[in-house]
Ligand binder design. Structure first.
Ligand code: PLP
Length: 407
């Protein structure tokens, strides 16, 4: 008799987006004449940069000729891309990362979800609340958590991110082995200072634990005082793995390209306390289960590092940041407190009431869709996430409608 992995039965249904879709479609049915403006999604809206498109097309044409055709590429990614990443995203920041410590992939979602395969089932986890749900759900699937009760899984140390701690979780008070951090954060948009990040790195050294650092929104950092990578912090090479993506940086959500940095000095331990290099384990995992990102896509990603590409992708991110600045300005003028939107595309608004009630009010009175905070965890109660991924014109219209609705 074929049996299932019963850990899957513990998973909560992705109630959030289903519920949002149901409420929006019910409203639209009743008001077919009202154009809904969506500030709820985390997907980009601008097309790929022209430099990336040209490189993408050239890559496709190479596949059309006997002399330039390519079959399977290296599972870890082509050298031309790994070298550009190491130079532009790390060495130029003073972070000591080699091209062969970079593993190119088809998404930070897969990588942040798959990495837990390298670790024992009975480790202690620290996971933020609110959170990008992939970290939590993939550990539920792997059997590392207890049952779901009162909005939380058992056997998880939740790292609460609340106004009281400026949305930067405090260090755990009990031992933890694997720590997930995400900055700039989804969903709160909060950023972490070098000083705070150093505390986490030191903590991981003390505890012999490992930090999984998701920097998918790094490109939105404009404040030079903020760290763009955990590898800017002394000591991180031994205790951290970093995830990055071209999705939000260069508009690759539909094109798919990302990378994970596993330094060769990064160690985890077996049952007898002997250290093992995670670089070798991740390399083994990827070369067994993954066959690389397509050649034209890697050429398109490489083009984001050309002079022309860099200018174009910076303009794209600036465009979304201008939207975020407008959302911040208007929400402040309405008297709301919020975090994010300065070095991040997300604004996390304290609605000072029930989040779903506020979501409904914005939908029904302004025709604007946001994301209710409780969908990201218990600490999201009383918050909504507003996303800057839309056209400036739509953000202006949405904000004008919200002002009318609330005044
Ligand atoms: N990490 C975070 C925090 C995200 O918000 C997202 C996407 O929304 C991802 C990773 C996934 O990125 P990718 O498109 O590279 O899979």
């Amino acid at each position: 008799m074929i049996r299932i992995n019963e850990n899957y039965l513990k998973l909560q249904s992705s109630y959030l987006f289903v519920e949002i879709a149901n409420r929006v479609s019910a409203y639209q049915k009743e008001h077919p004449d009202i154009e809904i403006i969506r500030l709820g999604i985390g997907d980009v809206t601008l097309p790929l940069a022209p430099a990336c498109i040209r490189a993408f097309q050239d890559g496709v044409l190479e596949m059309a000729s006997d002399s330039t055709f390519r079959g399977y590429g290296p599972e870890q990614g082509y050298g031309f891309l790994r070298e550009k990443i190491a130079f532009h995203d790390y060495r130029s920041l003073g972070a000591d990362i080699d091209p062969d410590e970079i593993f190119v992939s088809d998404g930070a979602k897969c990588d942040t979800g798959n990495i837990q395969e390298l670790f024992a089932t009975d480790i202690h986890l620290a996971i933020p609340d609110p959170v990008y749900p992939v970290y939590l759900d993939t550990n539920v699937m792997a059997g590392r958590t207890g049952d779901f009760k009162n909005g939380r899984y058992g056997n998880i140390y939740y790292l609460d991110s609340l106004p009281e701690n400026n949305f930067i979780p405090s260090l755990p008070e009990t031992p933890v082995d694997l720590i997930y951090l995400c900055f700039p954060n989804n969903p709160t948009g909060a950023t972490i200072s070098r000083h705070h990040l150093k505390k986490w790195v030191d903590f991981a050294h003390d505890q012999k634990s490992l930090i999984l650092y998701d920097a998918a929104y790094e490109a939105f950092i404009r404040d030079p005082a903020l760290p763009r990578s955990i590898f800017e912090i002394e000591g991180a090479r031994e205790v951290a793995i970093e995830f990055r993506s071209f999705s939000k940086t260069a508009g690759f959500t539909g094109t798919r390209c990302a990378y994970t940095v596993v330094p060769k000095t990064c160690t985890a331990y077996d049952g007898k306390g002997r250290g093992h290099k995670l670089h070798g384990l991740w390399n083994r995992r990827q070369s067994t289960k993954f066959n690389g990102v397509s050649y034209p896509v890697q050429r398109a990603a490489e083009a984001a590092y050309s002079d022309e590409g860099k200018t174009q992708v910076t303009e794209m991110v600036d465009y979304y940041l201008k939207n975020a600045a407008l959302i911040r300005e208007e929400m402040a003028s309405l008297g709301f407190e919020f975090v994010g939107g300065e070095n991040s595309p997300y604004i996390w608004v304290n609605c000072k009431r029930d989040a779903w009630g506020f979501f409904d009010l914005l939908l029904k009175k302004a025709g604007v869709v946001t994301t209710p905070g409780p969908g990201f965890g218990r600490c999201g109660e009383g918050f909504i996430r507003i996303s800057a991924f839309n056209s400036y014109k739509n953000v202006e219209r949405a904000m004008a409608r919200i002002k009318d609705a609330l005044n």
